[in-house]
Design a protein around this ligand. Sequence first.
Ligand code: GLP
Length: 260
Amino acid sequence: MEVVIVADAEAAGTLAAGIVERLLAGKSDSVIGVATGSSPIITYRRLVEAFDAGRISFADAHAVLLDEYVGLAADHPQRYRRFVHEHLVDHVDLRADHVHAPDVDADDLASAGPRYEALLTQLGGVDVQLLGIGTDGHVGFNEPGSSLRSRTRIKTLTAATLADNARFFDHPDLVPRHVMTQGLATIGDARHLVLVACGTAKAAPVAAAVEGPLTASCPASILQWHPHVTVVIDEGAASGLVHSAYYRETHAGKPSWQHY
Ligand code: GLP
């Protein structure tokens, strides 16, 4: 696991976008796992800038969402598919039919999870999965207690996540209780995980995920079980880490030939 501590959210987003930019330069038909929430917004802005500058194209790429609310109308502003369009897809040449999400509108939600898993397999797997982290340590919407081998399925949000996400809704009671999310094993199948977290509110979950035990009580701790992980955090999010001096020294001495 490579932990990169940067000055601020701008630098974090720029670094994460650089990873996707490099991926697309080498593999135009990449499958990019897209996260929602505030954490990846700067990453998407940098990717749009790279597209505008003619450095990258998404024409052959696919985007796969991590998760989606259950029970919101398809045109609801908080639908995650809409979020991904608003911040990335609508500004680049990514085809709308190349944007995939769990089918939360299906009559049979129990089969929607396995169908999403089959789609991910059919696409050849995810090349880079962008991730944020919840204050309760969730990734995607895998709340504490999620099976470490879970696959895409319905989940119930914790009180902490409901409270965190209430700011996006007119009233706290309007936050959906249920979601569909890629499972922890699904996320673990991606070839490269890139987690972006900024601010002191993320210090405790980042410390638990990076330096705590591998446990379902902190779903983001599955990062430790993956062969290729980049954790990009600002000073605030890094403030709970015991080994931050080591991460800084390692990054400062990173060989020029070694990519993220
Ligand atoms: C939501 C998403 C997660 C995201 C988390 C953190 O719960 N399902 O994928 O990581 O929010 O959000 P933020 O980046 O806004 O702190």
